[in-house]
Design a protein around this ligand. Structure first.
Ligand code: NAD
Length: 454
């Protein structure tokens, strides 16, 4: 592939190793995003009517915050890090050098199409790599503006966009990359991992999952309903860390359902289709998939749709069966199953029915219960008495575990994942301990006493 060869040649010139070069590039990106923020919001609106506030908060300003942090800290992050030396190597100084991998491939999904292309890109460029980004074909207007921004800011041998769908993605994956960063479904994540394995390419896989939200009988129900409603119907439920289903203690279920209905109406009005604050399902295919999930289910609220616009209203579903379509996989839309539990065994039966989720939320005022859930179940990350907000602190690594992903990023973690940690010991020449050299008879007695001889 010609583009990749160009990027490899460019990387070989060592220019990306220069911190001032990286900073200049990131500053140009910062300026371009600030200047084009309205165009970006318009493009995403054209793709699936994402409200401008959500674009600013979760896409452009999110990326700008990552950029600001990287620009402020890149000198420190990139500096070789000194570690305590061992006695056996005395006299030495021991270091970790941060080495860019080289040619990075970033494959992005459609749901936060701007953020999920540019947030990893910031880390990859800050760490001194070249980058090819493949945006999602499902959001073509955003893909176009991503291309325009990258073309305006970077030389193609440094960073470039390759547009296209599955075939283009597969062509890219057939190449040998030095690092692959993929965000998308677990199914495609497996394909990416297989392709990467052929070249032993390291990966970060940011995948999906079926995220439970547990509401126990001690929870502050009104606040729980408010926070679940916000996190679930933001982006019309098309958020990887949104609640997938609610497990609520049966004694407070009715109260919770009532409060959820109230907050949905409070947020989006009586006629939700006219609300400027509610996105559309991204495509006809996704819309039909969601409609099919509702077949045969008991709808407690919503369920309204308009196929001309891929509109599906916030919908509450009562007690879907584990074997129903709705509970087979990730919903990824504005449908929210509400399931009552009686015992902790009921909670376990549901959670353990799926791979490890990307997120889990616990609404409870009992510390012991909160702790029990955190300790017992494995999941990417989560929140107590809230949803989604764990993504907003750049000091917290963001990523999945098991079927919800491999690796994490954001903030300094983004810089670290795109850097090989090269261990170097700098040995002094003025002394050379004889212990490690043969003949060994003199050192034999010492070998068990001194750890880390080699
Ligand atoms: P997807 O896996 O269908 O597509 C993601 C990317 O992979 C796209 O660029 C697409 O062109 C490409 N692709 C699709 N099929 C491919 C194939 N067979 N071979 C190679 N490449 C292929 O995902 P999506 O529908 O765009 O996004 C939704 C999924 O992403 C959900 O599962 C969601 O949970 C997950 N997600 C995860 C995160 C996270 O941070 N963990 C964030 C957003 C979305």
């Amino acid at each position: 592939m010609e583009l990749l060869k160009k990027q490899r040649d460019f990387f070989t010139t060592q220019r990306t190793k220069n911190i001032a070069f990286r900073k200049k590039a990131l500053k140009r990106l910062q300026k371009e995003i600030i200047e084009r923020e309205d165009d970006i919001a318009e493009a995403i609106y054209k793709d699936f009517k994402k409200p401008k506030f959500e674009t600013l908060a979760a896409e452009t300003q999110f990326v700008l915050a990552e950029l600001k942090l990287a620009l402020r800290n890149i000198d420190i992050w990139a500096r070789p890090e000194r570690k305590a030396a061992t006695l056996m190597n005395w006299p030495s100084s021991d270091w970790i050098y941060k080495e860019p991998y080289g040619a990075v491939l970033i494959i992005a999904p459609w749901n936060y199409p701007f953020q999920l292309a540019f947030a990893p890109l910031v880390g990859a460029v800050a760490a001194g790599n070249t980058v090819v980004v493949k945006p999602s074909e499902v959001t073509p207007n955003t893909a176009m503006i991503i291309s325009e921004i990258v073309n305006a800011v970077f030389e193609p041998e440094h960073v470039a966009v390759v547009d296209g769908g599955v075939e283009v993605s597969q062509e890219l994956l057939a190449e040998r990359w030095d690092y692959i960063f993929f965000t998308g479904s677990t199914r495609v994540g497996q394909i990416v991992y297989e392709s990467a394995a052929k070249h032993l390419t390291p990966v970060t896989l940011e995948l999906g999952g079926k995220n439970p939200t547990i509401v126990d009988e001690t929870a502050s129900i009104d606040l729980a309903a408010k926070r679940i409603t916000w996190g679930k119907f933001l982006n019309a439920g098309q958020t990887c860390i949104a609640t997938d289903y609610i497990l609520v203690h049966k004694s407070v279920k009715d109260k919770l359902v009532k409060a959820l209905k109230r907050y949905i109406t409070k947020s989006y009005g009586e006629n939700i289709e006219d609300s400027p604050d509610f996105s559309r399902t991204v495509s006809q295919r996704h819309f039909e998939g969601l409609k099919a999930m509702l077949e045969g289910e008991e709808v407690l609220f919503g369920g309204d749709s308009n196929e001309d616009d891929n509109y599906l209203s916030p919908t509450l579903v009562n007690e879907p069966k584990l074997e129903s379509k709705l509970m087979q996989g990730e919903i990824f839309g504005p449908i929210l199953p509400v399931i009552a539990y009686e015992t902790e065994a009921d909670i376990e039966r549901h959670i353990m029915n799926y791979g490890k989720p990307l997120a889990t939320y616990i609404f409870s005022n009992r510390k012991s219960f909160q702790k029990k859930i955190i300790d017992r179940y494995s999941f990417g990350g989560g929140a107590i008495n809230d949803t989604v907000i764990q993504i907003t602190n750049e000091k917290l690594p963001f990523g999945g575990v098991g079927s919800s992903g491999i690796g994490a990023y954001h903030g300094k973690t983004s810089f670290d994942i795109f850097s090989h940690q090269k261990a170097i010991i700098k040995k002094a020449n003025w002394f050379d301990a004889p212990l490690r050299y043969p003949p060994y008879n003199l050192s034999m007695k010492l070998v068990k006493k001194i750890k880390h001889l080699f």
